[in-house]
Write a protein that binds this ligand. Structure first.
Ligand SMILES: *Cc1c(COP(=O)(O)O)cnc(C)c1O
Length: 364
């Protein structure tokens, strides 16, 4: 099933690594950049919104970039040998992208993920030939992935390495791509870039790149209320822990990850889960396509920042990310029955967000 593609290279580790790196370069060359979608809201005149469509990657999320970088990082550090199994801990999106790249390189892949992961994500990993090990509430997926690695697998370690596996100075990282795509816009230097923090890799890359390029753009992390990035950022405390759990996958970590670079983040906006889901529904209404929960969290923060700019009489641009495809949540966040079973009612939030976007402030 996961047999390595026939190769004339044989099993010489260095020759195999050269071939594997070349395969990753070819994949990058075949890939197009993701769209930067433009939107305006009648209630926030003078502010241009942009959404970087990371769902458009072949594996459906911004983790496509990360998985490519993690495999390259493992190969260039001499940590990945021919035929070696690969393992990582993931809440799902990374696992799908890593399974895809493992298949590209002919390696067997195991994802350790929480049993609560959206079923569509688990199915996607299986469809790519990956294995899934689901952990219960008491088990830390990272610790379990390390155990598997101790038996000989290569631990890709997204949470440990995301922040350094990406080339923050450029090499078409997400920040360089956004700033390049903004070049001909009305406000090419964004007032804000808004992203979430899962591994912290995206916020670290954007924050560093803004400084490197000498831009005055501020970076905002949109975070489910009470989660570890927000708590850690306020207190500059890397031992921060979340106060509860979130149903928004990909962000809202229970504890501060090694890749959380608090110093490059200018603002954190905390968003209740019901508001994120309302944001997700509003995105579908405005963009005509479904995106996941963390994209909704980002939209809520964008509208909040936009409203504050509007109140101060400022104009400018706000850029955010569409992190993954909404279809992954058809049976969870997009399912009204699932929502009511989970005790989440986004209706009041949807009304509030619509009031901001449409300028219908009488309802506010
Ligand atoms: C990983 C992830 C994020 C956060 O990105 P990081 O670079 O890991 O901080 C946001 N949304 C989704 C859907 C993700 O999978």
């Amino acid at each position: 099933m996961n047999a390595r593609p026939t190769s004339i290279i044989g099993d010489d580790p260095r020759e195999w690594a050269i071939d594997a790196v070349a395969r990753l370069h070819r994949e990058a060359a075949r890939s197009a950049d993701t769209h930067l979608l433009h939107a305006t809201f009648p209630g926030l005149p003078g502010i241009d919104f942009y959404f970087k469509d990371e769902a458009a990657h072949p594996t459906g999320s911004l983790k496509h970039r990360l998985a490519r970088s993690l495999f390259l990082y493992a190969l260039c550090n001499g940590r990945l040998r021919p035929g070696q199994a690969v393992v990582d801990a993931s809440s799902g999106s990374t696992a799908i992208s890593e399974a895809w790249f493992a298949r590209l390189l002919g390696l067997s892949f195991t994802a350790v993920m929480p049993a609560t992961t959206a079923p569509a994500k688990i199915e996607a990993v299986h469809a790519l030939g990956g294995h899934c090990e689901l952990t219960g509430a008491g088990t830390c997926p990272q610790a379990r992935a390390k155990e598997i690695a101790a038996r000989g697998a290569c631990f890709l370690d997204q949470f440990g390495l995301a922040e350094r596996a990406t080339d923050w100075r450029g090499n078409n990282n997400i920040a360089e791509s956004i700033i390049g795509q903004m070049q001909r816009e009305r406000f090419p230097e964004p007032a804000w870039i808004v992203c979430g923090a899962g591994t912290g890799g995206t916020s670290a890359t954007i924050g560093r790149y803004l400084r490197y390029r000498g831009l005055r753009t501020q970076l905002c992390v949109a975070e489910p209320t009470g989660m570890a990035f927000a708590r850690g950022w306020h207190a500059r405390d890397h031992d921060a822990r979340a106060t509860h759990a979130t149903c928004i996958e990909g962000i809202g970590r229970p504890s501060a990850e090694p890749g959380f670079l608090f110093e490059v983040v200018d603002e954190v906006v905390e968003v209740p889960d019901a508001a994120s889901i309302a944001g997700m529904q509003l995105l579908e209404h405005h963009l005509g396509r479904r995106y996941g929960g963390s994209s909704g969290t980002n939209l809520v923060a964008c509208l909040q920042l936009g409203e504050a700019m509007h109140r101060r009489g400022e104009s400018g641009s706000i850029v955010s990310l569409l992190c993954d495809r909404g279809e992954r949540y058809d049976r969870t966040l997009f399912d009204p029955q699932w929502l009511s079973r989970s005790g989440i009612d986004p209706a009041a939030w949807l009304q509030r967000l619509r009031a901001i976007a449409d300028g219908d402030r009488a309802q506010d």
